[in-house]
Structure formats: structure tokens, C-alpha cells
Design a protein around this ligand. Structure first.
Ligand code: AMP
Ligand code: ZN
Length: 451
């Protein structure tokens, strides 16, 4: 079996990854909150995890992956404060929360496809698991981990011995720092809402009856219930962004392990953030670019994917349009190397698919593999392998041209030989309109893709 190495947040080291069952490698990805257009920062994580899934599949494992869609309960602050993001989005757009969820789920799914990301085996909506949420809160209550406030049912983190170990949280410092705004009803500053009550007069359209009154689940609960229901614990790999470490994943671990006395996940992978031109992504800076914004600037989602794969999930990245242009140029250059293969006999491939996989097996080192691709000769079969690993649709987007086009190209060549430049220029223009450019050389004509 191949040696796969990944960084594990649990041990804070790079470790050998060995799935519990190669026929059912259980992976869970914390998905988006579907209340507004996702920006390119949001998509970096899904691109890194796409490489993970593709790498595992090429190693012969059968991946069973679940991704959730948060359509309720994610409050403006991760600390159980502020308005529910879905409710806020609905108010802003004059739609119902359900319409908002539908709209942004569709956009997310369309974007997912345009990035050529491998579909998860299951995409799970939080609101489809409310009964399971309630069952989990009941179980935690039976086991003595909860208490009630006027605001909801809270998880008592002081009862869970390992609380915060995962994130290296300094609970003493948290306590000291929070003394001023520490809610009087919460027993510990790190306690979190499992279930929120809707107060009379409070505007919260998504509501379910529990304990005789309306309410809705806390944000963290859905991931625990979806994992338990769809995959069962422990899963092999849980993925998310680094912002999930101190609160969301810390709380997911606490509530799951307190309920079932079983580990939630064997491996935790987190990706770092991207900045844009050195700045944080934020609405006030006007840099919350979506994939549609990139398309308006003539960049395909696959150019963005190429840019992401030039880096590493553990590194903080800075995005700029100059760097995106460089990634696009590199992608088009790769496509034209494929185009050459239809025109010249390949002497011999210097590329090893086995070595390529070994490089990516080493903690998803896509950048190193890209450098190897730049410096090797690849056969069509090798490019197909690269596509299986990176999902860049290189071969698919660079097919051999039709016999009709080949005929036109030879007419161009003859026109040049006959010094009929008016005709050769006309043909060149005609080819350009079909996205083909031609390079004349002493040996003949070489065609390439323009875009
Ligand atoms: P949500 O707001 O729940 O849809 O998800 C946003 C998620 O996207 C966060 O939890 C992060 O993990 C990720 N994210 C947000 N901003 C960035 C960024 N600038 N770079 C990378 N990931 C980001
Ligand atoms: Zn989650």
C-alpha cells in the first residue's frame, strides 16, 4: 500500500494516513452557510479537499464523503450571538429563508461543477436533521452535559475533561478576557448553545418545537448529527478552515464524544486563509470576488483552481490578478503541450505517474508535482492521469482539431508558399475566430489553442 502523509490537527504533526477501511474511507467536509454569494476565499478549501479526494481515489481507496449545507442556526458571530445568517440574508433580499437557502445552494452547486470538483457521495442539508439534533441534545442531557438558560440549552464544557485540548485553548485566559461581557446565565465562557429558544415576538422563521416551545439548533450540532447519521463515528478525515479550530470543531468534538464516548475523527485537516493584494477579504474593501467576477475578467474557474493548486492547504496565500494571470498562462501552456501531441510523435515520456502520485501522497504537495510537469515530457495518457489528479479538464478542453480545420491550415501553408499573403492572413483570421492560432516554421505549421 502506498504511503500517504497528512498533517493531523489532533497530534499537530504530519502522520501516516491509513484508513480504517479502504473500501469505505469516511470523510466529512464542513460546507457553506447558504445565505450569500460565496467568494473565492470560500472556494479555496473545496479545491484543496478535491485534491485530497482525488489522491485517495487514485490510491485505490473507495471514498465515502459527506458535505453539509448550513441552512439554519449559524449566527453572525460564531459565539452564539447576533442574528441567524439565513434570517439576515432573507431580510436583506426580501425573500423567505427557504428561498434564500434554495438560491444559494443552487449557486454553490453550479460553482462546484464549474470548478470540476468531485461530487460528494452525499450533500446534507442541516434542516433535514432536526429530529436527530433533538435526539442528540436529549442524549447529552441524560448524560448530564447540558443546562438550560432563558436563551436555550447549553453544553457545559467544564464537564468534558478534554475540552479545548484539540485547539490548545487557554481556558484561563479566555475566562479572564471575557469577564466583562460574560453572560450571567452561562456557567463557563466556553459553553455553547446546542439549542436556541425563540422568544415571544422574536423574528425567526425557521422554528421547530422542542421542550414545548419554538426553537432552532445551534450551529455546531448539525455536523455532529449528520456525521453520526450518514457515516457513523469515528470517521477517517474531517476537513474545514482554520477558523473552525477554536470554536466549531472544538465544540463538535465535545458534543459528539460526550454523547457517544467515541472519537469523532481520526484526522483533522484545516486549510489556511487567502488574502487579496495583502488585505483580508471583506465587503468594505470591495474584494469579495466571486467566481462570476473572475469570469467577467476573462478568467475561467479552472484558472482559479490552477492558482489554488499552486499552493498548499497549510500555507497562508496572497491572491492577486497578476498571479491568477500567471496561473492561466501556465494552464493554457499545458493545454498547448497536449495540442502538440496530435501533431508530433512523442519520442519518449519522461514522466512517471507513480512518482506523480507519490509526490501528492506526501501531504498534498501539488506545487511540487506542477514543477515536475513543467520539466517533463508527458504522453497523452500522462496528461489524462494529471487530469484525474487535479481535475483541470486539460485533455477534455484540448481535443484534436477536425479534418476540416486541418484542411484550412494546409491551405494557409500553401498560400504562404505562393506568397499569397492576403489569403493567408484571411485564413489566419478565420482560424483565430475558432480559437486556433498557427505558427509557421521551416518544418511546417503548428497550431495552438488561443484560449
Ligand atoms: P461560511 O461563512 O460558513 O459559508 O463559510 C465560510 C468559510 O469559508 C469559513 O469558515 C472559512 O473556512 C472559509 N473562508 C472564509 N474566508 C476565507 C478566506 N479569506 N480564505 C480561505 N477560506 C476562507
Ligand atoms: Zn461543521
Amino acid at each position: 500500500m502506498n504511503n500517504i502523509k497528512l498533517y493531523n490537527q489532533l497530534s499537530k504533526t504530519i502522520e501516516d494516513f491509513v484508513p480504517q477501511n479502504p473500501e469505505n474511507v469516511k470523510i466529512y467536509t464542513c460546507g457553506p452557510t447558504v445565505y450569500s454569494y460565496p467568494h473565492i476565499g470560500n472556494y479555496t478549501s473545496y479545491i484543496y479537499w478535491d485534491l485530497l479526494i482525488r489522491m485517495l481515489t487514485l490510491n485505490g481507496f473507495k471514498v465515502n464523503r459527506v458535505l453539509n449545507l448550513t441552512d439554519v442556526g449559524h449566527l453572525a458571530s460564531d459565539a452564539d450571538e447576533g442574528e441567524d445568517k439565513l434570517e439576515k440574508g432573507a431580510k436583506k433580499e426580501g425573500k423567505t429563508v427557504w428561498e434564500i437557502a434554495e438560491k444559494y445552494i443552487k449557486i454553490f452547486k453550479d460553482d462546484f461543477r464549474s470548478l470540476n470538483l468531485v461530487e460528494p457521495q452525499k450533500t446534507a442539508r442541516a434542516t433535514d436533521y432536526i429530529q436527530e439534533d433533538i435526539n442528540l441534545v436529549d442524549l447529552l442531557t441524560q448524560r448530564g452535559f447540558t443546562y438550560e438558560t432563558s436563551d436555550g440549552i447549553y453544553f457545559d464544557t467544564s464537564k468534558f475533561q478534554k475540552y479545548g485540548e484539540f485547539a490548545n485553548l487557554d481556558l484561563d485566559q479566555m475566562r479572564a478576557g471575557a469577564r466583562v461581557k460574560f453572560s450571567d446565565e452561562k456557567k463557563n465562557v466556553s459553553d455553547f448553545a446546542l439549542w436556541k429558544f425563540i422568544k415571544p415576538g422574536e423574528n425567526h422563521a425557521m422554528r421547530w418545537d422542542y421542550l414545548g416551545r419554538p426553537g432552532y439548533p445551534g450551529w455546531h450540532l448539525e455536523c455532529s448529527t449528520i456525521i453520526k447519521t450518514e457515516l457513523d463515528i469515528p470517521i477517517d478525515i474531517h476537513t474545514g478552515g482554520i477558523d473552525h479550530i477554536p470554536v466549531h470543531h472544538t465544540n463538535e468534538i465535545a458534543q459528539t464524544e460526550a454523547a457517544y464516548d467515541t472519537e469523532l475523527a481520526k484526522f483533522w485537516l484545516h486549510c489556511d486563509f487567502i488574502t487579496i493584494d495583502g488585505e483580508k477579504i471583506s465587503k468594505s474593501l470591495g474584494n469579495t470576488y466571486t467566481l462570476a467576477d473572475l469570469k467577467d475578467k476573462e478568467f475561467s474557474p479552472l484558472d482559479f483552481k490552477m492558482w489554488v493548486l499552486q499552493g498548499h492547504y497549510r500555507g497562508r496565500r496572497n491572491f492577486s490578478f497578476d498571479d491568477l494571470q500567471a496561473a492561466k498562462t501556465r494552464r493554457l501552456n499545458w493545454r498547448n503541450r497536449i495540442a502538440r501531441l496530435y501533431q508530433e510523435d512523442l519520442k519518449n515520456s519522461s514522466f512517471s505517474q507513480k512518482q506523480a502520485l507519490e509526490i501528492v501522497n506526501n501531504n498534498l504537495n501539488s506545487a511540487e508535482l506542477m514543477a515536475l510537469i513543467d520539466n517533463s515530457t508527458l504522453s497523452l495518457d500522462d496528461w489524462k492521469y494529471v487530469d484525474r489528479l487535479f481535475g483541470l479538464k486539460l485533455v477534455e478542453s484540448a481535443p484534436d482539431i477536425s479534418d476540416e480545420l486541418k484542411e484550412i491550415i494546409s491551405k494557409h501553408h500553401n498560400a504562404r508558399l505562393e506568397k499569397n499573403y492576403a489569403l493567408s492572413d484571411k485564413i489566419r483570421e478565420e482560424l483565430a475566430s475558432k480559437n486556433i492560432s498557427i505558427l509557421d516554421s521551416a518544418d511546417g505549421v503548428i497550431w495552438e489553442y488561443i484560449d
